[in-house]
Design a protein around this ligand. Structure first.
Ligand SMILES: C[S@@+](CC[C@H](N)C(=O)[O-])C[C@H]1O[C@@H](n2cnc3c(N)ncnc32)[C@H](O)[C@@H]1O
Length: 260
C-alpha cells in the first residue's frame, strides 16, 4: 500500500462518509458523474464495471439506485482494506488491488466486456505517476471499451499550481494537472475524450487537512498566510473562514473511449 493511502487510513472505513466535508457520501455531488456513467453503460452494455479506487462502493450504490442492469458485475478495486470492508451490498464485489497494477484477467474471464470508472484517485499517482497509471489502465482495456472518470483537474494552470504547492507544503505527494495537461495525458495513453465537464469541487477545510495529513498548527498558519497573498484574486479557489481557510479541490468528468 502506498504511503499516501497509508497516511489516510485513519479516516477510512466507517469514518469515510464524514471525510472531505461529506463529499464522498453526498448524492448531489455525485449526480452528474453517475448520470454520465449510466449514459455510457446504456450504450456499451459492459458485462463488468470496475471502479478503480472505488473506496466504500458509494458510486456503485448510486448506479444500483439508478437502475444499472442486474446482469452487470460491479467490482470495487481499492488498496485499502478498511474501505473495502464497508462494501456490504451483495451486488458489489470488493477486490484488493491497485490502479497501477490490476490485471483484467484477475477480474473477469476472456469473453466479457469491461468498463472502468474512477472518482478522485488519479491525484494519488503524484507528479510522475499519472502517465504510467493511465497507460496501465489502457493496457488492460480492449479497443472500444470505456473509461469514465472524475479526476482532480483545474480549469487553468494557476489553479493547478496553487493546489500542487499547497500539497507540497503539507508534505502530501498528490498532484493535480490543469485541463490541458490532463487531456494530453489521456490522449497519449490511447484514450479518446468524447465529452468532459466540470463537477462541484470538494472543499478542503483547513481543520480537516490538519487531521487528515497531520499538518502542525504552525505549518498550517504559514500556509494560510502564503495563500492569503497568492490567492487573493482567486475567490473560486480560496476563502478565509473564522477557523482557518477552505481551498477548493477542482474536478472534471471525462468520458473516454479506448482507441488504437
Ligand atoms: C478520495 S477516495 C475516493 C473513493 C471513491 N472513488 C469515491 O469517489 O467515493 C480515494 C480512494 O482511492 C483509493 N486509492 C488511492 N490510491 C489507490 C491506488 N493506487 N489503487 C487503488 N486504490 C487507490 C483510496 O484507498 C481511497 O479509497
Amino acid at each position: 500500500m502506498s504511503y499516501e493511502i497509508k497516511r489516510e487510513t485513519h479516516v477510512h472505513g466507517k469514518l469515510w462518509s464524514r471525510a472531505a466535508a461529506g463529499y464522498f457520501s453526498d448524492k448531489r455531488m455525485a449526480k452528474d458523474y453517475v448520470t454520465a456513467i449510466m449514459r455510457v453503460a446504456r450504450g456499451c452494455k459492459p458485462s463488468t464495471i470496475v471502479d478503480l479506487g472505488g473506496g466504500t462502493g458509494f458510486i456503485f450504490e448510486q448506479l444500483i439506485e439508478a437502475g444499472i442492469p442486474e446482469n452487470v458485475r460491479l467490482v470495487v478495486l481499492d488498496e485499502s482494506e478498511a474501505q473495502l470492508a464497508v462494501c456490504k451490498n451483495p451486488r458489489i464485489t470488493p477486490m484488493k488491488g491497485a490502479f497501477q497494477s490490476f490485471r483484467r484477467a484477475d477480474i473477469m474471464d476472456g469473453t466479457g466486456s469491461m468498463m472502468l470508472i474512477c472518482r478522485s484517485v488519479l491525484q494519488y499517482a503524484g507528479i510522475f505517476g499519472q502517465k504510467p497509471w493511465l497507460s496501465h489502465a489502457r493496457s488492460q482495456m480492449k479497443t472500444g471499451e470505456w473509461f469514465v472518470h472524475q479526476s482532480g483537474c483545474s480549469e487553468d494552470v494557476e489553479g493547478a499550481l496553487e493546489l500542487d504547492v499547497l500539497f507540497e507544503l503539507m508534505g502530501v505527494d498528490k498532484w493535480v494537472p490543469h485541463k490541458e495537461a490532463l487531456v494530453r495525458l489521456l490522449v497519449q495513453a490511447g484514450l479518446e475524450i468524447t465529452d468532459d465537464f466540470p463537477v462541484p469541487p470538494v472543499e478542503m477545510i483547513s481543520e480537516e487537512l490538519a487531521v487528515r495529513y497531520g499538518v502542525s498548527p504552525e505549518a498550517l498558519g504559514q500556509i494560510e498566510a502564503d495563500l492569503r497573498q497568492t490567492c487573493s484574486n482567486r475567490p473560486d479557489l480560496f476563502k478565509i473562514t473564522p477557523a482557518g481557510f477552505i481551498f477548493n479541490f477542482p474536478y472534471r468528468v471525462f468520458l473516454c473511449k479506448a482507441v488504437e
